[in-house]
Write a protein that binds this ligand. Structure first.
Ligand code: SF4
Ligand code: FES
Length: 248
């Protein structure tokens, strides 16, 4: 395949970026999207030009770092996959592909396609954990009966990989789907109920402090989420938040 790539280039966080055209050829349908960018970067390096910076780590859909906006969609045209799982067979010979970083005030660009997602880390640090005294008296988790439905829903919420596609898809750059997944995975388990009141308040407070927008129930986040995290988690977080803030 021959393609025309239009890629966002930005030297650093303070410089103004711009779209740059890169024609590329010899792309196979079996290549992943990131392998296609590797080919481009190899060519740029051989020409003595600055390669395109993009985030990646696992290249198997589990780390959430390969976040790219491709033709206006987070992680590209396919559903329930990350950018590293996107294959070039989804595109046609002669296509133009527009590649940008995820856009949100709370995700500043570091360079080219790489963004700073540490806002998510700080939300997580505000309450996305369980404090357990492990000094020898901890009850074995398997000894605590948990309804199968709750265990399944908690597991599903825990599959969020923190990629940020929900924020990039949202017209308000809201982080509600991410935060609600992190709240839900604990809210559904007895171990998580102990700190539930503080957790939801602290995580929502941090989410607001980071500058993410509000949820207006558009649902774009759910559509673009590579892990199929459900909007039901946002409803659950809202119930948890209401209960926590009206507790007498
Ligand atoms: S909720 Fe989905 S889209 Fe949002 S960070 Fe988690 S995995 Fe990514
Ligand atoms: S590189 Fe880890 S999810 Fe894509």
């Amino acid at each position: 395949m021959k393609l025309l790539l239009k890629i966002w280039r930005q030297k650093n966080a303070n410089s103004k970026g711009k779209m740059v055209d890169y024609p590329i050829s010899g792309i196979e349908g079996d290549m992943s999207f990131l392998e296609m960018l590797d080919v481009l970067n190899q060519e740029l390096i051989e020409k003595g030009e600055d390669p395109v910076v993009f985030d990646h780590d696992c290249r198997e859909g589990i780390c959430g770092s390969c976040s790219l906006q491709i033709n206006g969609e987070p992680h590209g045209p396919d559903r329930l996959i990350t950018t590293c799982q996107l294959h070039m067979r989804k595109f046609n010979d002669g296509d133009t592909i527009v590649i940008e970083p995820f856009r949100a005030t709370a995700f500043p660009v570091i360079k080219d396609l790489m963004i700073d997602r540490s806002a998510f880390d700080r939300i997580q640090q505000a309450g996305g954990y369980i404090s357990v005294n492990t000094s020898g008296h901890t009850v074995d988790a398997n000894a605590i009966p948990i309804e199968k439905d709750h265990a399944d829903e908690s597991f599903n919420a825990a599959t969020c990989i923190g990629c940020g596609a929900c924020v990039a898809a949202c017209k308000n750059a809201s982080a509600m789907l991410f935060t609600s997944a992190k709240v839900s995975q604990f809210a559904l388990l007895p171990q998580g109920r102990v700190e539930a009141t503080e957790r939801v308040q602290n995580m929502v407070r941090q989410m607001d402090l980071e500058g993410f927008g509000n949820c207006t129930n558009t649902g774009a986040c759910e559509v673009e989420c590579p892990k199929g995290i459900s909007l039901e988690n946002i409803a659950r977080m809202n119930r948890e938040y209401l209960a926590a803030t009206t507790k007498g």
